[in-house]
Ligand binder design. Structure first.
Ligand SMILES: [Zn+2]
Ligand SMILES: [Zn+2]
Length: 384
């Protein structure tokens, strides 16, 4: 089959690889029809995630059709269209049985930190990703959701990660109604978080970014006020908008490659000393009011320095964070999509055949051509 192949920092190719096969009785093999490129895939591409091996297949936002199932699979069968959460979870361990599928103990047992994730380095188990013609789906009875007929691939693929992750970020703000929520980062996850914040009762949503077309998108699509942090002192601007107190809640939707603080970028990104730059996280602490909540969705690598944790502590803030346990959100989020309250597919500005993966990554990473979200379409290059 053809599949993406990591060729070292900043280089990705599409190569011939062996077809995946059933390795365990609970596996299924999926023919991938649509695979998203996630902002966190850029951390892999840029060499920020440890143990990302040359030749790896990326991709953890997967929609496809079941090609083959193992002898113990009963919930799905050949021909079913599925969306697959990025977390690989067993469904039966201590954490899975409590709904925390992102904390599954069985799919990446050598790590105490992360469960198995498709195409996300050997630190999350070394599973092959779905930016390929075919992918092996372990625990096929547990994680995937069958797609109703009326739902297109482009409506389904955000359900694998970006939309539930954004939704969880808004949910972790604990909104009761009328709050001011600031979202750092107007990429796909941040945009889904903004729109989810409205659904959960926010009274005001403010987007912070430096990419003009994405701030425009946030205004138009997510009804947010927008702050360009290159035009303004971002903390002062947020205080000015909130009677000097700061936001009720902030959402960090950036992660380890944040721009903003030259020192953090120098040490964190260029020297790779702390696996990234926590500028947006620090801004969250400063932009959140006393007693407010900081909700962190961004992906960070190994331990970071230069985080203003003392500020958060002194301000008695609640900090919530976590990989999204996608599965538990799927039924309710599917409802929002089907009812038209969350037109998830509108963020997908760019579609590419699998063979053009390198161009797709480049356009998305460089924020060229108004790109908000890019997907790869293996196979015929058309979507359901
Ligand atoms: Zn992701
Ligand atoms: Zn589990």
């Amino acid at each position: 089959m053809r599949a993406t192949s990591y060729e070292g920092p900043y280089r990705i190719a599409v190569k011939d690889k062996p077809d995946p096969r059933i390795e365990h009785p609970q596996d299924a093999i999926l023919r991938v029809t649509c695979a998203g490129i996630c902002g966190s895939d850029l951390h892999l591409l840029h060499g920020r995630v440890p143990d990302t091996r040359i030749g790896s297949t990326f991709g953890h936002e997967i929609v496809g059709v079941v090609e083959e199932v193992g002898p113990e699979v009963t919930a799905v069968s050949r021909g079913d269209r599925l969306v697959v959460p990025f977390n690989i979870s067993c469904g039966a361990c201590y954490f899975c049985s409590r709904g925390l599928t992102a904390c599954c103990e069985n799919t990446n047992p050598s790590s105490d930190v992360a469960c198995g994730v498709y195409g996300y380095s050997h630190t999350t188990g070394g599973y092959d990703g779905g930016q390929a013609e075919y992918v092996r789906v372990p625990f096929a009875d547990v994680d995937p959701m069958k797609l109703p007929d009326g739902l297109s691939d482009l409506q389904a693929v955000p359900l694998a990660d970006a939309y539930p992750t954004g939704y969880q970020g808004a949910e972790m703000c604990g909104l009761e109604g009328g709050e001011t929520v600031v979202v750092f980062g107007a990429g796909p996850v941040g945009l889904y978080a903004m729109r989810s914040a409205w659904l959960l009762g926010a009274g005001r949503v403010i987007a912070v970014d430096k990419v003009g077309y994405r701030l425009d998108f946030a205004r138009r699509w997510a009804g947010a006020e927008a702050i360009d942090f290159e035009d303004a002192d971002v903390i002062t601007a947020i205080k000015d908008l909130t009677d000097g107190r700061g936001a009720d809640a902030t959402i960090e939707a950036v992660g380890c490659e944040a721009a903003g603080s030259p020192m953090q970028r120098a040490i964190g990104v260029y020297v790779k000393g702390v696996a990234g730059s926590a500028t947006a996280l620090n801004w969250c602490f400063h932009a959140t009011k006393k007693g407010g909540t900081v909700s962190v969705l961004g992906v960070f690598g190994p331990p970071m320095a230069l985080v203003d944790f003392g500020t958060a502590m002194n301000k008695c803030q609640t900090i919530r964070t976590g990989q999204c346990s996608v599965k538990r959100y799927l039924p309710q989020l599917l409802e929002h999509v089907q009812a038209g309250r969350m037109p998830v597919e509108e963020l997908i500005t760019h579609r590419y055949p699998l063979e053009e993966a390198s161009r797709a990554y480049h356009t998305f990473a460089q924020k060229e051509d108004g790109c908000v979200k890019a997907v790869l379409l293996p196979g015929t290059g058309t979507v359901h």
